[in-house]
Design a protein around this ligand. Sequence first.
Ligand SMILES: Cc1cc2nc3c(=O)[nH]c(=O)nc-3n(C[C@H](O)[C@H](O)[C@H](O)COP(=O)(O)OP(=O)(O)OC[C@H]3O[C@@H](n4cnc5c(N)ncnc54)[C@H](O)[C@@H]3O)c2cc1C
Length: 411
Amino acid sequence: MARIGITGAGIIGCAAAVQLIERGHDVTVFEKDIAGLPASVGNAGILAVPEIDPLARPDMLFSAPKWLADPLGPLTLRWQDLPALAPWLLAFLMAARPVQVKRSREALLGLMRDALEAHEGLAATAGIAGHMKKSGALTIFDSEAALNAAFAHEQKNAALLGHEVEKLGSAATRARVAALEGNFAGGIFSSGYQTFLDPLALLRSLQDFVRQRGRLVDAEVARVTQRADSVHIVTTDGESEPFDKVVIASGVWSRHLVRSLGLNVLLETERGYNTTFTDPAVTLELPVFFSEHGFVATPLKNALRVGGAVELAKPETPANFARAAAMRQKMRRYVPSLPESGGSEWMGRRPSTPDSIPVISLHPTDPRIAMAFGHGHLGLTLSAITGRSIVSLLEAGEQEHLAPFSIRRFQ
Ligand SMILES: Cc1cc2nc3c(=O)[nH]c(=O)nc-3n(C[C@H](O)[C@H](O)[C@H](O)COP(=O)(O)OP(=O)(O)OC[C@H]3O[C@@H](n4cnc5c(N)ncnc54)[C@H](O)[C@@H]3O)c2cc1C
């Protein structure tokens, strides 16, 4: 049994905490914004097992100039933040090389194979049930060419992961989701997706488990310091607490803690926006991705959430909620019954690495310190398997199958 301190009570920190507590460790989680709504609660609520393709790819770079031309489109860059983002952007361009795309796909595939089973285990440990729905998901396409190209690719991914995909014409797509009315070529149904019906309730349940069986401390971590016999977590109010081991799991803010330990990391925010309609008059039978427009609509418990897209910006740059409005407007082309007002808008920060591979790693020279961040678009999906991997890193040391996720790649 070890005394373990964790920085950050988002979905990654909590998934690690719950599984470490289950193994008998004495766990304390520090959270700077206990009532906050980070990425871990405002996300689209989708277990996205089929998504093994990294974001940096040749086809993505090909589409980027068109997207960047529309300030409210699927991808935007806050140009005033360009100097701060430049090293990450450069590494992102390099990550689009076919050799790196292959490496990232293989790494993500390895995690995705166990992602669902890990979530089932996490829920059983935390005493949570009925929070996931075997919904599958639909992706709709405006053009036949895009539909056919995506279907060929999705079939390959489905064969690797063992789920089903179906290509549907527009009438068959409408038969699955009655509210879809607009003009589009068709869709792909994938059984590999599931829905977390209430991401906020899920996080709060995990936090409650930590409160009851460990400690959840309302404090901001200023730094992590290494001593001969312990690792200290030092908070901004000057408290310093010794631990046997420490896990850094603070989303994008992990970069400050990691850098203060003398390590390099490229971690920036891909910010996303959405609107949540509570008790909406219109709802969908399952999540619908509007992939050519970069957003998704998810039916949650008593709510419909519409959003997504990527805004590359510094974490602290003010939000631009016109992006949330633009996605609602686009969705009305397909679902005219979507209300024009009444939803609540949100902006969240995906903590992203340039190669789309999270950092799930021990400190290269101090195995008392583990790191779990950089899950980008997939942190909810990968939270349980990340927590399980952190348990095995802290208990058994470095492992070959986790080598692709090492922080060493940034040193
Ligand atoms: C619009 C959008 C849609 C998404 N949809 C999905 C989806 O459908 N499926 C999916 O799998 N993923 C999705 N994601 C991604 C997913 O939400 C994130 O990858 C995930 O939430 C990251 O979790 P995290 O715990 O690393 O970070 P966070 O959620 O950011 O949590 C980090 C926590 O650490 C705390 N913290 C930070 N610094 C300190 C400090 N110094 N001291 C103490 N506490 C600190 C923060 O307050 C925060 O609570 C989506 C993201 C967005 C933005």
